[in-house]
Design a protein around this ligand. Structure first.
Ligand SMILES: Cc1cc2nc3c(=O)[nH]c(=O)nc-3n(C[C@H](O)[C@H](O)[C@H](O)COP(=O)(O)O)c2cc1C
Length: 347
């Protein structure tokens, strides 16, 4: 069993690095928006403040390195680089699914290395919704929180991936009740996250009613996890090809979930196809509190190490700063809905 989980994580690393597994016909949706140019900006570029708060930490940028890997030998080195970059930048970092760590302790170091390097920033743990739904006792998840000294626990919801995965779990019955129990059991907040098909308003409402304190929409437009699982199969089922592009664009998810802020107190994380400072700025303007990215960071770390990740994220935020200057936004809070319009309105 643990061999299988570890092998699968290894396949994911190889496919994410070497294959074209992006959405083909769908984008993250942000191209449909324009910023409102402020010709009378009164900003001093040097005084623009990108800092914000997340899980009781002050972080330098509203950005997080998404949950990716763990549970293989190779993951230890990758996680060491990702957490080093996160600590240098003073931004949060996630660990990959900790399912493998429940099976045996062979690769515990591949998870622990994150907190070892990311001492001064939020670290979030990670477990699959399918595991949560089928676990008899959720107490084991406390051990996963302790393993990485997590500031929050992410439950990833990936019904599409499980559907395509040959060994996937197709039984999510009881999931919401289990999430509710988990929320009560843990001393840290629970964040619900998709992996590229998106969480929109009605799904988010159910998760918030269950007690989740964060929603990471992880929408469509970037990495397609049905594509990753199709690539893992020797004989992919061509009838399933329509599922390559299944999901809701990130912009739609952020816009609709942000409407729930009127009623619920939660952190809204925008991810799924975030590849630039423009995407980040539009996600923030549409209502996200912070943004996140996975595969672009993964490719960067494999090609250029932790320094490459630091350079990439700093360059994205240099662009965010320029956009804040041009829209008259002094701090992250001011980069809000009043600064963005649907593109057609701009014509
Ligand atoms: C190599 C790799 C491994 C991943 N493993 C996990 C995981 O274990 N748990 C999880 O919640 N998401 C995992 N993801 C999904 C990402 O966190 C993210 O939700 C998804 O890839 C969409 O974001 P993107 O378009 O920026 O890649 C992984 C992504 C990559 C690239």
């Amino acid at each position: 069993m643990s061999e299988d989980t570890s092998h699968r994580k290894r396949d994911h690393i190889n496919i994410c690095l070497n294959e074209d597994i992006s959405f083909r016909t769908k984008t993250n949706g942000f191209e449909k928006y324009d910023f409102i140019h402020n010709a009378v900006t009164t900003q001093d570029f040097t005084k623009i403040d990108l800092a914000t708060k997340f899980l009781n930490y002050k972080i330098s940028f509203p950005f997080m390195i998404s949950c990716m890997t763990g549970g293989t030998k190779q993951a230890e080195n990758i996680n060491e680089m990702l957490s080093t970059a996160a600590n240098m930048l003073k931004i949060p970092v996630g660990v990959g699914s900790q399912r493998q760590a429940l099976e045996n302790d062979s690769f515990h170091d591949s998870y622990k290395v994150i907190r070892k390097n990311a001492k001064d920033v939020p670290v979030v743990g990670n477990i699959g919704g399918a595991e949560v739904a089928r676990m008899k006792s959720l107490k084991e998840i406390r051990k996963l929180v302790d393993l990485v000294e997590a500031d929050a626990m992410v439950v990833h919801l990936n019904p599409l991936q499980e559907l395509i995965q040959p060994e996937g779990n197709r039984n999510f019955s009881g999931l919401l009740k289990k999430i509710e129990k988990l929320v009560k059991l843990l001393d840290v907040p629970v964040i619900a996250k998709e992996v590229g098909s998106g969480i929109e308003k009605s799904a988010a409402k159910k998760l918030l009613d269950a007690g989740c304190k964060g929603i990471d929409v992880a929408g469509a437009g970037g990495t397609s996890w049905s594509a990753v699982e199709m690539k893992r199969k020797n004989n992919p089922n061509e009838n399933e090809n329509y599922l390559w592009d299944w999901g809701l664009p990130t912009s739609y998810c952020v816009r609709t979930v942000s409407e729930l802020k009127k009623k619920y107190k939660f952190t809204l994380i925008a991810s799924g196809g975030i590849t630039s400072g423009i995407d980040i700025s539009k996600a923030l303007a549409l209502g996200a509190d912070i943004t996140a990215s996975a595969r672009p960071i993964f490719i960067q770390v494999m090609d250029h190490g932790f320094e490459g990740v630091v350079d990439l994220i700093e360059s994205w935020f240099e662009d965010v700063k320029k956009i804040m200057f041009l829209t008259g936004s002094k701090n992250i809070g001011q980069l809000n809905r009043s600064k963005i319009i649907k593109s057609e309105a701009a014509v």
